[in-house]
Design a protein around this ligand. Sequence first.
Ligand SMILES: [Zn+2]
Length: 305
Amino acid sequence: MNLFVKTGLRAALGVLVLLGLAQATGRVAADEAPEKETITIEKELPSGGKVTINKVGQEAAYAVVEIGGEKTEIDAFEPLSRVPEEARGVVEEAWNQLGEIPKKTINVEIDVTDAPDALEWAERAKSRVLYWYPKVVALLDGDAAVDKIPEDFTIKLIFKDMDGVAYAAGNEITVSSRYIKRNPKDFGLVVHETTHVAQRYPRCRETWAMEGETDYIRYYITEARTKNHWRIDPEKSKYTDSYGITASFYDWIIRNYDSGFLTKLHRVFRVQGSVERFFVEEYDATCQELWDEFIASLTNQTRQD
Ligand SMILES: [Zn+2]
């Protein structure tokens, strides 16, 4: 499907919408399953430079600016000051058009006292928290909850010279400066921890299910990964493997059974309910039975390919 939008700008603007093929399996009609779509906007700059804006899925967006052979890539959650000045207005207009500018502003404080070298990375991490926190709240608790975030709401990002990766406690996210030195591109960890701040779950017994939800938001929403992204071993993998494996299982449920799965699961954690029981009550199937069906669907796909 091609859709061309006219604007008053001198720049030519084309919007191309590519819709993924709906998967027709499962009990829910294919048209009810959320589909990832890609929107590409191309604009030419008066100097001959080029701006390409890609929006993948409902949430992720990035722009590629090419001027005189120089290429700059910027995510929608990064400050516009990273875009070459000539292209700034064009990129900002595209973000507005795509609805990518977050409507709620929160505060993010950075503490690099223990790891001054982490400052530059911390600034980029901060822009992710600013962008994603209100979006994750909207996803879990609905748009009305975003309006209820207090004006002085603050998330603190602390960088420490420590082992491990990162953890969240209350409104504080602590990140290992050693880890980011070895993995400078892993901004996804910031989204993962930001999601924990938004989840605010009381004591959680089924941590595998909670970390699956957190990584579903990280990989399948904020990074707009495609279905069955995770490497799953049909013989060895289990739904309780947590993180990306469980996230992949959730993605399949959302696509094939229930597009409202995420908010329902979120409610279970908020009231300290049992995820295993929730599956039986809501889907008339145990976690294991649905997992087996998921694994069978992967095996069928491999055969068809
Ligand atoms: Zn976690």
